[in-house]
Structures are given as C-alpha cells and as structure tokens.
Design a protein around this ligand. Sequence first.
Ligand code: SF4
Length: 291
Amino acid sequence: MTTTDSGRHELLGWWEAARRDVPWRHTRDPWAVLVSEVMLQQTQVGRVAPRWQRFLERFPTTAACAVAGAGAVVEEWAGLGYNRRAVALHSCATAVEERHGGAFPDDLDALLALPGIGPYTARAVLAFAFERDVAVVDTNVGRVLARTAGQRLTARDAQARADALVPAGEGWAWNQAMLDLGAAVCAKRAPACERCPVAAACRWARAGRPQPDPAVGSHAVSRGQSRFAGSFRQGRARLLDAVRLGEPVPPERWAEACGWSAGEHDASRAAATLVADGLAAFTPDGALVLP
Ligand code: SF4
C-alpha cells in the first residue's frame, strides 16, 4: 500500500460496511479513550467492553481516579490481568491532574511525558480522542504494514509508512479501519487475502506470500505470550487476588494463596515484586494489603 494508490480508498470503503461497533468508538473523551486503550493491551475486546463501562462508572474522570488511590484501581482491575497497567493508569490520571489541571494535552510530546504512556498509546489518544491525523501501530497494524510493504520493518520505517498513509482529515476512521483490517482479515496465521480490500496493493500477497512472512519480527508485531498456566506470574496474580479480598494476607498464607506447594516457587519474591510494582503494600507486621 502506498499513499498514491487506491488501497486507501478501498480500505475506508470496506470499513464503512465491516466496522466493529465497540463502545469506546462512541466517545472522544481522552480519559475514556485512554482507559480503553490500556485495557485492550493484552485483553480481548469482548472482555474489555463491560469492564470499560464499569471502570468509568467508578472513575469517570482523571480527578476521580487520582483521588481514589492506586489501591482502588488495582481492586477494580481484578480479572483483567497485567495488573501493572492499573497502577500506570492511576499514575497517569494523577499526572494529568497535577500537570495539566485535568485536561489531557493535545500534543504528542506532552502525552509521551505522562507516566505509563508509550508511543502507541499517545498516538491512540491523539487519533481517537482529538481526531488528529497520526497513525497508531499496534501488533495488527504492524502486520498489515509489513505484509503490504513485502518486508520486515524497523520501528522508524513502520511509523513513517503508517503516518504517510493517513488520509488528511480522516485519521480517526483510518486508524480504526487499519486496526480492524489487521484483526479481522490480515490474521496472523491465515490472512484472508481473497476478501482483503487492499490485496491489489499488497506486495506480499501479489508475490504469492513467500516465506518467511515479513510480519514475523517486524516492528510492533507480537511474538505471542509466554505460557501463563503454572508460571510464577500466575501465582503472583493469585496472591494479588487474595489481597483484593480486603483482609491483610500474612506471610504464612502467601504460598497457599499463590497455589504453590512447598518449594515450587518463592512466595516471598512474589510478595516483594507486588510491592515493588506498586500493586500491594506491607503492613507493619509484614502482611500484604492493597496500597
Ligand atoms: S492481501 Fe493478505 S497479506 Fe496483504 S494485507 Fe490483505 S490480508 Fe494481509
């Protein structure tokens, strides 16, 4: 796909008919957009939708989130996984209150300076809340970019290509369309090129999809998650779930809360990393509680 071919027109036309209706596409509130983007990192769309609404009912603004405290956000995050995202959201809400008086900056550098906001999330806020003509590059978009280019891309190349593709004044719809194309058509294992709106402009498809797939190892394309069942991460998450129940969890209950038998993993390390990540705190007598 290039900025001069018809692929862009075809993609927007396809998206008008195929677009997914998800609740965060009905808002332009930067806080609500940010919460959706953070939840969607590592969590599936279907699981995020009800939790996004519930989260915003409890923390409708950055002010409400900042005042509630990190512990309340960690508590609300139960079941979503990758709990450090909850602490990062709270830190970001606090910084928006302190640095910007509760109004998200409409500026890439200022957004990147906020805690927990990286290049993808900053551009997502600009594109989906402020309707700016910047491109977001997540794993799905990264796959489309590499395949249509017919080559593995560096971070700089991928972002430059993505930015150049955005049609003037259509950044919001364009980014949604690219995300949906990567998720629904240009799938990781079995891309549906026969029904892809940009197939005519896709170098990899036109070349007969030779191996290796250019998306493998290309910028932003996920390599898949490490095994969770039986892992240290799983035990740590279970320990945090026990802390979320509200009662202090003393050291003698940590291994059991983690689901570990004697010597399987180090429950003290699980507790210490929860505290180091801001997800829990120690009481004076060494029990774990929400921060
Ligand atoms: S033609 Fe195939 S490989 Fe190329 S972008 Fe479309 S689905 Fe992906």
